[in-house]
Design a protein around this ligand. Sequence first.
Ligand code: NAI
Ligand SMILES: O=C(O)C1=N[C@H](C(=O)O)C[C@H](O)C1
Length: 272
Amino acid sequence: MTDLPGIVITGASGRMGQMLIRTVLDSPRARLVGALERTGHDWIGRDLGEAMGGAPINLAVTDDPLEAFARAHAVIDFTAPAATVEFAGIAAQARCVHVIGTTGFSDDDLHAIGAAARHATIIRAGNMSLGVNLLVQLTRKVAAALDEDFDIEVIEAHHNQKVDAPSGTALMLGEAAALGRGVRLDDVSDRGRDGITGKRQRGHIGFSAIRGGDIVGEHDVMFAATGERVILRHIATDRAVFARGALKAALWGQGRKPGEYDMMDVLGLNEN
Ligand SMILES: NC(=O)C1=CN([C@@H]2O[C@H](COP(=O)(O)OP(=O)(O)OC[C@H]3O[C@@H](n4cnc5c(N)ncnc54)[C@H](O)[C@@H]3O)[C@@H](O)[C@H]2O)C=CC1
Ligand SMILES: O=C(O)C1=N[C@H](C(=O)O)C[C@H](O)C1
């Protein structure tokens, strides 16, 4: 039992944090060794099981990442960009695998994470579900097969608490479409259309974001031509799909050499 990889969950009280804690506690392949929340949060110092509304599990929620990461083999982190950048440096010092599900990073944030990955095993993906990672591959293939007569639009829908747009998944899908077309997403991306936008430009990739209620996560990639449309779609109805993927990544990362990996590596979906 004690030989099982020890996992720390950051953002313990969050939507994903709680799902991840349940997933690790239910797993026969890992053990939960820490739960982290931000300083000042009312869960700090409380027993995690009780804070989640159940029986005590003899594990207190902490706000000290140094102390928590020191006893972990992996940290699973679905929090916010600033926190994740800080955790990347600390996880690298502690020599534990850092699984990053957080989205909404700036270019500077991504640069800092890349620097940490010189000394640490980091697995980062805007979506950890098997279905979305398959959809990414399909998107690249369809974009390569259909020419610019097909306008590409990425449409995503999420719950009303989400703070970033486009979603991390939408950006993964946009990158895949751009790769399939042999262009850079930055050169063809259309975001935030409003007002007199002018006609759509041929070859551009558009993004639209819907926010409402408790939508877990829905993504369409539309290829729209004159007279026909192809639509690739993924609908997540349960956050467990992300948590299972993240735990799989944490276990896959054990003993792996330092570097930045993604879920394609974990799932064996990378193609030559
Ligand atoms: N890659 C994937 O498969 C998925 C990614 N996400 C992403 O995960 C992130 C979190 O999503 P949710 O759980 O819905 O958000 P949430 O707002 O419910 O949870 C975030 C938690 O992080 C905590 N936190 C913030 N700063 C912290 C710090 N410095 N130390 C410790 N804890 C800190 C907050 O207090 C909160 O409890 C978002 O960026 C979201 O887009 C969400 C679902 C799937
Ligand atoms: O914030 C969320 O909830 C989700 N975020 C990820 C994203 O930005 O794509 C993954 C999933 O869609 C849920």
